[in-house]
Design a protein. Sequence first.
Length: 433
Amino acid sequence: MSGDTPAASQLIVSSEFDPRGWPLPDDAYLRVATPNLLAELLAPCRHGVPTLLLLDSALVAHFTPTTVGTIAYHNPLRVLAPVGLVVDDTYSPFVVHYLPSTNQDCIRALTLAMTQIRVIADGLEQANPEEIAYARFSEIGRLAAGMIHELNNPLAFSRNNLMLLGERLAAGSVRLQAKAWVAAGRPPEHIAELVKHLDQLPSHSEDIADLRRELAPLAAAEKAALLADFLAYFEAREQDCNGSIVDTLDSAEPLLRESIRGLERMGLVIAGVRTLNRPPQPGEIPVDIDRIIRESLAVLRDRARSRQVTIHVKQRLSQPYPCDSAAIAHIVLAIGARILEAAPVASEIRVATREQAGQIEISVDRPVGVSQGLDELLTGTVCHRLARQLGGALLLEDVEDARTRICLRIPLSRLQAVGMAGCYPSDCAEPSA
């Protein structure tokens, strides 16, 4: 087996045994243990790697709670020992199974044990819905403050822009009506309507309140004269502050454009959370993986901005692919959040997608200077199990500039097979902006 990919299973023995000729699976690692390495070699089992431990006289003294105590009962570990070897398993969470004395029966027992341990591991590979839901809500909970900030900022400036735009348009409407009223000879019957329109301008509320008080006792002709003077004053003030009516209308466009951008930012975050919470389906219609990734990364935008971390995204997938969009979103968000937590200030995270050699690849480069490992994501976690359920795998690779890349690779053949399994019309709708 190559050391570039995580083990599908492992057999741990000591140098006393000669495993040549044993019927091991093609993707199984053979680990030769010394007593001081036993705990280290058992570590992958904590992350879900099926492990068969063959004890001998050298290793048996180290089969203690200290060595195996951190391995949970449900993890895929099976312990065997030759007949005649005395193993004290009183304080161990694992029962020791003894091998038959004849060589043929011993090999048969080893084969059976390895098969059983792979069956156990296959069951552990399938992340149950409750575990997935808990992991996703935990991820959202950790990012909640940043998401609220990312939603609140565009909401605040969009609201302010729209309030300012509303007042400017209302002022422009009053100016047009005032010009029409004066051009029509200042008919008294339209005075009340004009004053009512003036009430839509909060920034002139004090002046309009004074105008109402002064208009109240006057006759119609005097009201018209006073209102004409006020409208002339209002026009001059608007000219100084906002220019002509055409200028007022022109200023509306950038306010609207900025507000739309803010709403799009909010839409990305909301769509990312909604995609993350979509329940898994047994068959999926084609989805835009690049869009799913953009939405997921939008959830991290505020945290990245606060740490002055730049997220560069290079997307090169030319078509939709049938897959579980919620699983993709969960993996990308979990990896991105893990890397971002440890990223140095003013660093850079690179995210890329591509189709190559019959596979879909989603990669995230860890910045130089990040010491926090990602190895624990490769086995046993919900991310690892979701990757396996997608038909792919999570891998770590060294790349240029002393960076490390974590990749999710899914064979196209697997995606096509999943796509033929079923189609759910409810999944067809694109998330609203």
